[in-house]
Design a protein around this ligand. Structure first.
Ligand code: DQA
Length: 149
């Protein structure tokens, strides 16, 4: 890209509990530690990076709306449990038309039946799942590659 890319990471409910939450599935790193790695990656690759974690669906909807007009070029999104429930978040992403990569720490397809369906996979550039915290940097790299065309 000619201009510096501005990317946004969005994290959904319960991801603020990473490091304590079901460590056998999600690992021992906290969200702050993972986001620090992402900021370091952004520094290396020279792009701007914003982040929001919230447990509230409407706050994610509103942040996606704002992203349409604040210069954001693309989003890395772990919708967490909203992956399997939220038509509102799907519609928000379709409404703004921003490219996004869906990320999951675990591999939902290998877990309970209710995790087998995502409201996002068919409209995402792609999905990265099952690589633990590394999925975020992998998602950022994939998004940069996509934006570079
Ligand atoms: C998750 C997978 C979801 O099924 C779950 O509800 C989460 C986390 C993941 O990152 O593996 O909260 O998105």
């Amino acid at each position: 890209m000619a201009v510096v890319a501005r990317l946004l990471i969005l994290n959904g409910p319960n991801l603020n509990l990473l490091g304590q939450r079901e460590q056998a599935i999600y690992g021992s790193k906290t969200l702050d530690e993972i986001m620090l790695e992402c900021q370091q990656f952004a520094g290396t690759c020279e792009f701007e990076l914003g982040h929001l974690q919230t447990n509230a669906e409407h706050e994610l909807v509103e942040r996606i709306h704002t992203a349409a007009s604040d210069g954001t070029h693309g989003v890395v999104f772990n919708p967490a449990a909203f992956t399997h429930t939220s038509i509102a978040l799907r519609d928000a992403l379709l409404a703004v038309g921003l490219p996004f990569v869906e990320v999951h720490l675990s591999q939902p397809l290998g877990r309970e039946a209710f995790r087998q369906h995502s409201y996002f996979s068919d409209i995402a550039i792609g999905t990265i799942a099952g690589f633990g915290p590394d999925g975020y940097v992998l998602g950022l790299q994939a998004l940069i590659n996509y934006l570079d065309g």
